[in-house]
Design a protein around this ligand. Sequence first.
Ligand code: HEM
Length: 421
Amino acid sequence: MNAVGHHSGTSTVSRRAIIPLLRRLRSAEGTANPRPVWAALHELGDIVPAPWGGYFVVGFDACDEVLRGRKWQSTDFAWQQRQGNPERWSDLATREMTRTLPRLNAPAHTCQRRAVGTPFDRASLEALRPMIAALVSSLLDALEAEIKAEGHADFMRIVGEQLPALSVGEWIGIDRADHAHLLDFTHRQVYAQELLPTRSQLAISEQATLEMREFFTTLIRERRARPGDDALTRWIAHFDALCEDRATADRTLYDLTMFVTIASLETSAVLLGNTVHLATSDPARAAWLAAHPEHIASTVEETLRWDAPISINSRVASEDLVLAGVPIPRDTTVHVMYGAAAHDPRRNPEPDTFDPLRRGGHLAFGGGLHYCLGAGLARLEAQELLGQVLKRFPTLRAVTPPVFDDTRLVFRRLVSLDVQI
Ligand code: HEM
């Protein structure tokens, strides 16, 4: 999703000013609590020059403008070719990701997005609710069993990581026996979507990409042979009818199925872990929420505002533009900072106060043409989970602070959340 190119531009802030802040954001301290860094970024302005050229976009309105504006485009293959550093984009994992939905512009993006339709509209979500509720209930059984046996348990391993895999697995039709492998290669593949991946990170990503290819091409081949009642079966019928040849259909089906699946896993897991942790870390808040389940949905929204699972995303100016008063030449990359934007005090006063009744604004699911396809499903999972946790384990608390992966800048990963009841 992210891209760093070579550009020029003007702003009163030095291109080096952000370097120590980026270092802090990627430290153990910064990943555990990025809010002080976001506050420091807001001090520097709405948009802050990036050391390699281009800009980080920090202000809420400026981020919103980029995401919704048709003149800001995804960093697709055509943009990569115009850069002076082809080696940056030549590795297998990066090339694979550049074929996926968030990196496509019209008309390829429109074609894939149409094929998926709106799978999580209000009616579909209501139909899914009993299935999600049953999945949550069985995962909480497993959590309870381990806590009873051990005194504590890792919420992320038993519930947070499993629920998104089970939900998307039901929708696309992925066998439960494959979920561990799916989660494993998703965690490794994600480095190719980081801002400045190292060579060794790209090598990890490449190996994961090969495993991902094998997994999804086999899945598609087998589903074509044995259709079911699932989204993948419907996409196969759609693209087989639309594409001129089977190879094109297969390639598009792979890009779509692979991306939709991996896009739903880590992101939702972070939301689930954060929602339960933030709602229960203060006993008074947990008790109030248990008595007022009507505020569960807004607690989930405040969690998304508090800590956006995807922190940064890139776009490129398709012509000379002006953003927050700064001229942005054509082809310049801007990195939209979702987390920092939601902590813009002009949009959300006292941004570092977690307030489920705030009704504040956030951009955690993006905006515009690339707005997250699975936002409804992620919200449903988090709401159902929190409702059941509060009812069933009114005294659930974290034993130690949550642990975040500090090898990433873009994709937040909540590695573990040790809890007791
Ligand atoms: C809390 C959970 C999630 C978060 C925070 C999240 C966040 C995002 C964001 C920020 C984007 C926009 C990317 C861009 O503008 O380039 C996006 C796109 C996307 N998301 Fe999600 N997502 C989540 C869950 C899901 C789930 C559950 C699914 C699938 C069931 C999903 C599928 C997608 C897809 C396919 C896109 C690409 C849309 C496009 O480019 O047209 N996401 N997501």
